[in-house]
Design a protein around this ligand. Sequence first.
Ligand code: DX5
Ligand code: ZN
Length: 218
Amino acid sequence: DRRIKIAPSILSADFANFGAECQAIEAQGCDWVHVDVMDGHFVPNLTFGPATCAAIRPHIKGVMDVHLMISPVDAYIDAFAAAGADVITAHVEAGPHVHRTLQAIRGAGKKAGLALNPGTGLDTVEYLLDMVDLVCVMTVNPGFGGQKFIESQIDKVRRLRAMIGDRPVHIEIDGGVTPITAPLVAAAGADVLVAGSAVFKGGSVTNPGPYGENIRAI
Ligand code: DX5
Ligand code: ZN
């Protein structure tokens, strides 16, 4: 399914109202819900872990897309699988045994994603493409919402789409997605667009209309 899917990142939601925020963005027409897990080690910020993911899960009807910005990662995969993630994405930079990590995610019965930081080349995914359901091209350095889109990654997306060929692999974009940058990455071959600040700006759980306007604008 190569239709463009919008995946709001709840990193930009009200952390005291995750359940209601997830319901609001789905009601406003999003496709997936993107959940950013940060450990204060792989990235210089902290969010939450599997217990919070499990608490959020009943409030999401569709795909729960869990982005693990943690290292090490393998010891936590079963916990995020049990928390109800549909897609579990680990970073290629998170450790030396990413092949084993992907085996573990698929072994847990989940869709496997692989994320690349902006400075990481496509050679790192070449021998993994048959083991993944999604490759996430980071278009900011991970850790924070609201950063500026890194233009050089558009060429990476184009080359990645060619490498993937006819495999059923999604290309997800994460960071700085706006109504301006979204068409550029979609034209280059991306089909899942994560957006945090650009979806949640101007709205709230009591005034969710702007979420829908923002999703449609992207
Ligand atoms: C960054 C996260 C992103 C982030 C995107 O480390 O992985 O999902 O929330 O936020 P925006 O869309 O504001 O760049
Ligand atoms: Zn993310």
